[in-house]
Design a protein around this ligand. Structure first.
Ligand SMILES: Nc1ncnc2c1ncn2[C@@H]1O[C@H](COP(=O)(O)OP(=O)(O)OP(=O)(O)O)[C@@H](O)[C@H]1O
Ligand SMILES: [Mg+2]
Length: 325
C-alpha cells in the first residue's frame, strides 16, 4: 500500500512551535514531495490507507481518541512520534527502576497504594492484597526526610509535595485521593540541568533553575560545560534510547557531582520559544524537522517497528482485510 508523504502534527494549546515546524518541513521536504500540515482526524475506521507517513503527537495524553488512532496508524505503517505504545510506560516509578537497571542515578523511591478508590472497590473484599496500615516509618526510613511525594503519572508540577516529617507525609498523602503516588528522596541540589532530547541521539543540555518563576527557569547564559555536560548527555542518551523516545526532556538534579535523574518521561516536552528561549527553540526546530523528514523519506526506520508481537503475524506489505478474507 503506497504511503503518501504527509507529515501530520497533533497539538494542544501550544502556539509557537507548530507554525515554524510545519513551514520548515514543507520547505525542506518540497524536493522529495513531502508536505506537512496539522492532522485532521475523526471517526477512524479500523483498516484504511494511512493518511500520513509520519504523525508527531504532542497531545494524545489529553485527547484519548488520538491515542486510539495513532496505535492503529502505527500498525498500518505510519511512523508515530512518540511511539503510542511506549507512552503507556509514562510512569515515574517505572522510570526509576529502569534508571537503576541502566546504571543512571535516581533518588531512592517507593511507590504507594492509593489513598482512595472508585466506589466499585469494596473496602473489605477488593483490597485483600494490600498491606494495611502502611509502615510509614520504614517507608520514610528508606527515602529519608525531607522527601518528595508526587504522582506516579502526570506533569506540570501538580500535586508535588515536599514533606519534612512523617506527620507531614501522612497529611499530604491523605489529600491525594485516587492518584497513585511515589515518595522520593529529596535531592537538595546545588545544580540542575534539563536536557531536550530529539531522535534518541541529539541532546541539548540546558542549565535549569526550578526555583525560578516559570518563564525564567531555562538559563541560557550559563550553559553546562565539561564533565557536567558530558555526563548529562551520556545519561540522557542512555535513558531516551532505552525508552525509544524521539522527543523528550530529561531532568537532572546535581548533588555532590552526582547527576540524579528526576523526571525523564516527558513525551510531549515543552517546545515553546518563550520558555525554552529562542536559541534552544531553533535547535529543537532543526532537529525535529530533520527527524520527521528522515522518517518520511524512509532514511530512518523507527527502532520499535518490529518489536511488537503482532508484526510477526501481520503481512506488512499486503495487510489483508481480515473481515473479507
Ligand atoms: N526527588 C526530588 N528531589 C528534589 N526536587 C524534586 C524531586 N522530585 C521533584 N522535584 C522538584 O519538583 C519538580 C517537579 O517534579 P517532576 O519533574 O517530577 O514533576 P512533573 O509534574 O513531571 O514536572 P514537569 O511538568 O516539569 O515535567 C522538579 O522540577 C524538581 O524541581
Ligand atoms: Mg514531567
Amino acid at each position: 500500500m503506497a504511503q503518501k508523504k504527509i507529515v501530520g502534527l497533533l497539538i494542544g494549546r501550544e502556539n509557537t512551535f507548530p507554525g515554524p515546524f510545519l513551514d520548515i518541513v514543507n520547505h525542506r521536504g518540497a524536493s522529495d514531495g513531502i508536505t506537512a500540515e496539522l492532522a485532521v482526524l475523526g471517526g477512524t475506521p479500523e483498516l484504511s490507507e494511512p493518511s500520513h507517513a509520519v504523525l508527531v503527537d504532542r497531545i494524545s495524553h489529553e485527547v484519548p481518541y488520538y491515542r486510539a488512532h495513532l496505535k492503529s496508524a502505527a500498525l498500518q505503517g505510519t511512523t508515530v512520534i512518540n511511539d503510542p505504545f511506549w507512552w503507556e510506560a509514562d510512569e515515574k516509578f517505572f522510570e526509576c527502576t529502569l534508571a537503576r537497571k541502566l546504571g543512571v542515578a535516581v533518588p531512592r523511591t517507593v511507590v504507594l497504594p492509593n489513598k482512595q478508590y472508585i466506589p466499585d472497590i469494596d473496602q473489605q473484599y477488593s483490597l485483600r492484597n494490600l498491606r494495611y496500615p502502611l509502615d510509614w516509618e520504614a517507608i520514610a526510613g528508606y527515602t529519608g526526610l525531607p522527601a518528595v511525594l508526587k504522582p506516579n503519572t502526570g506533569g506540570g508540577w501538580k500535586d508535588v509535595f515536599i514533606v519534612n516529617s512523617i506527620e507531614e507525609l501522612i497529611t499530604a498523602y491523605d489529600q491525594t485521593g485516587l492518584k497513585t503516588m511515589i515518595l522520593q528522596e529529596f535531592i537538595d541540589w546545588d545544580d540542575y540541568v534539563r536536557c531536550i532530547c530529539v531522535g534518541r541521539e541529539h541532546v541539548l543540555p540546558i542549565r535549569y533553575n526550578p526555583r525560578a518563576p516559570f518563564h525564567e527557569r531555562y538559563q541560557i547564559h550559563n550553559p553546562p560545560v565539561g564533565r557536567l555536560r558530558d555526563q548529562a548527555i551520556k545519561d540522557a542518551r542512555t535513558l531516551v534510547d532505552a525508552l525509544g523516545y524521539d522527543m523528550d526532556t530529561v531532568e537532572f538534579a546535581v548533588r555532590d557531582d552526582v547527576l540524579y535523574a528526576i523526571d525523564f518521561l516527558n513525551p510531549a516536552p515543552d517546545f515553546d520559544n518563550f520558555s525554552i528561549k529562542e536559541e534552544n527553540f531553533g535547535w529543537v526546530l532543526d532537529k525535529m524537522c530533520d527527524l520527521v523528514l528522515s522518517y518520511a523519506r524512509g532514511d530512518t526506520k523507527p527502532p520499535w517497528r518490529n518489536e511488537y508481537r503482532w508484526w510477526k503475524h501481520v503481512d506488512k506489505t499486503a495487510a489483508p482485510d481480515p473481515i473479507q478474507a
